[in-house]
Design a binder for this molecule. Structure first.
Ligand code: NAI
Length: 344
């Protein structure tokens, strides 16, 4: 890393107002795998605008030189480089501090995230093998769906290579938090930037469980049980809302890029030693007995996940939601853990 420098750490507009602070940070290399895609392009733009990202490596199997050339004209200090095709993957990854993975196919109307498993499992597996080889110490943020399964797949690949660190492999569930914050703010007339709704469980259908009872700030009257059920359903189906509106042209890309940029920024702030950086993320976890992987609030630090924060008191409805998700979440985890990487 180059010399430490002082920057406005919360440099983008993705993060809550209250959290914007000054921090001393070092040079950081961030790699985007799948950078030519619907998420990859706007995510790369947001990372190019982040002063904590000194080197940005864009990798895709599709030509990504144009995206890099285009972004390189933005007058920010982030150096952007393009890497196209498997021959250039090693160079893209070498020296990485953070690898963000939005590579893979998105949903079309009528598809569930599980329908993507066969294709995306193989893509994630191949990319994680390269990470194990070329940047085994990097923190990994996985966006590729189904996240509930691709995170265990990544963990299995890294274990096989002897480089797995459970604190550094994170499934990106930030979009669920971003959506929950937006919808709750709209419903309650609050400023979206101030609202914080923890979302736990996983990232598919009923495994997405917003904890509306723990949302801050609270205004009275808060959600009735019936309203909470409706709001929960809206948050769980928000991805499908976008898939249907795009009518075959893919799933959420811009809001996903925004959410992934926030998560990346939080990871980098944690690495820089910033105190009190908290995000919800899907990782290997012992928060809920019987579930090897679970999304919940964690405190981020120099080593990735530094601490799992308690789930806190759940309302009766949320407790029910936790029970309800168990079947699907177990199935998703098992699919990832049991998938035979050699056959992909
Ligand atoms: P897209 O199809 O627009 O882009 C995917 C990119 O990945 C393409 O440029 C493609 O060339 C590239 N790619 C495919 N195989 C690759 C490989 N082996 N190495 C490197 N790059 C490769 O798809 P989009 O809309 O960007 O979505 C990407 C993924 O993100 C999908 O799996 C989607 O389901 C997921 N997603 C996750 C969300 C979340 O909340 N975690 C939200 C929205 C989407």
């Amino acid at each position: 890393a180059e010399a430490a420098r002082t920057v406005a750490a919360r440099s983008s507009t993705c993060v809550p107002r209250a959290a914007r602070r000054q921090a001393v940070i070092e040079a950081r290399k961030v790699v985007v795998l799948g950078a030519a895609g619907g998420i990859g392009q706007p995510l790369s733009l947001l990372l190019k605008m982040n002063r904590m990202v000194t080197d940005l490596a864009l990798y895709d199997i599709a030509n990504v030189a144009g995206v890099a050339a285009d972004l390189s004209h933005c007058n920010t200090n982030t150096q952007v480089k393009a890497y196209t095709g498997p021959d250039e993957l090693a160079a893209a990854l070498t020296g990485a501090d953070l690898v963000v993975i939005p590579a893979g196919v998105p949903r079309k109307p009528g598809m569930t995230r599980d329908d993507l498993f066969n294709i995306n499992a193989g893509i994630v597996k191949g990319l994680c093998e390269a990470i194990a080889k070329h940047c085994p110490n990097a923190i990994i943020n996985i966006i590729s769906n189904p996240v509930n399964s691709t995170v265990p797949i990544c963990a299995e690949v890294l274990k096989k290579a002897g480089v797995y660190n459970p604190r550094k492999v994170m499934g990106v569930t930030t979009l669920d938090v971003v959506r929950a914050n937006t919808f709750v703010a709209e419903a309650k007339g609050l400023d979206t930037r101030d609202v914080d709704v923890p979302v736990i469980g996983g990232h598919a259908g009923e495994t997405i469980l917003p904890l509306l009872s723990q949302a801050t700030p609270k205004v009275l009257p808060w959600f009735t049980a019936e309203e909470a059920a409706k709001m929960t359903e809206r948050i769980q189906n928000a991805g499908t809302e976008v898939v249907e509106a795009k009518a075959g042209a893919g799933s959420a890309t811009l809001s996903m890029a925004y959410a992934a940029a926030r998560m990346a920024e939080s990871v980098l702030l944690g690495m820089a030693g910033e105190q009190g950086v908290v995000e919800c993320t899907y990782t290997e976890s012992s928060m809920v007995p019987g579930f090897q992987y679970f999304a919940s609030k964690v405190r981020l630090g120099p080593g990735g996940v530094e601490e799992f924060l308690p789930l806190g008191p759940l309302s009766a409805f949320e407790q029910e939601g936790l029970e309800k998700m168990k079947g699907l979440l177990s199935k998703n985890i098992e699919a990832g853990v049991e998938s035979d990487p050699s056959s992909m």
